[in-house]
Design a protein around this ligand. Sequence first.
Ligand code: NAP
Length: 284
Amino acid sequence: MASTWFITGTSSGFGRHMTELLLDRGDRVAATLRNPSRLDDLAAKHGDRLWRAQLDVTDTARMREVVDAAFAEFGRIDAVVSNAGYGLIGLAEELSDEQIERQIDTNVTAPIQLARAVTPHLRAQGGGRFLQTSSMGGHIVFPAMSLYHTSKWALEGFFETYALETERFGIRTTLIEPGMVATDFYSSADVAPSQLPAYAGTQAADLTHGKSSVALEDMPGDPRKVAEAMIRIGDLADPPRRQLLGSDAYRLVHDALKARLESAEAQYEFALTTDRDGFVPPQA
Ligand SMILES: NC(=O)c1ccc[n+]([C@@H]2O[C@H](COP(=O)([O-])OP(=O)(O)OC[C@H]3O[C@@H](n4cnc5c(N)ncnc54)[C@H](OP(=O)(O)O)[C@@H]3O)[C@@H](O)[C@H]2O)c1
């Protein structure tokens, strides 16, 4: 069972709930966030078991300093949770260059750099857990969220590979894939600055400009239950490479993967047409 945790993005949502739940059960947490005063209440209640560091995850140099300081403080960290992230809503053509860069810096580059920063420490201590908050949106797509999906699909590719490379050191990686959960995620989302008339009346334009988004009270997920589930996964001796959370995540990803498998199988004969003459393909 993990007992010392490092978590990014602990000011609200899953990160904040995890920090509260872990401290309540007696664990130690290295909590990082942009504004550490957001955890003053937990610091007053839990004392030394909560270690806080100011961190904007897009500052890679600062991230390395904070990671090194956290391992120096606790000696050992059992589980690292790369949770910080936000949504970007808007048609691909409407988004500004700066919005695209900030989304990729925060949701893709930062988790990759966090993994690179903690790996030497996890290797030296004989392993640990790495939990990366992905999304059902790392397997499926909705209109008007192309850059958010880009970020989560990118994480799926990076961490699948990272897991293969680091399992030999006892590092076990899990991609956490929630469905829709009522957190600050939706109110904090960045939105395209302009509306292009060419897309007026499309589902993507309506989603971007708030005409048909799902109300918070209609979302299936409970943020505290998601945090509890993430802790359970961090505690597992043999954690899964990926974990769906929520009935919506299960249904939508299940149906999308089934459709992709059927499509791939239908392409079998055509795919083989480009093998060199005489090549014998391995049997499926
Ligand atoms: N809620 C959902 O429906 C849902 C579904 C699937 C996946 N997720 C993923 O779950 C993760 C957590 O989201 P949440 O739902 O808990 O939303 P949230 O309450 O908005 O939490 C997001 C956290 O990320 C932090 N953050 C954003 N940019 C940061 C930066 N540059 N540096 C440091 N921290 C930063 C925020 O800090 P500040 O307070 O400083 O902004 C906040 O602590 C995200 O990666 C999100 O993509 C959410």
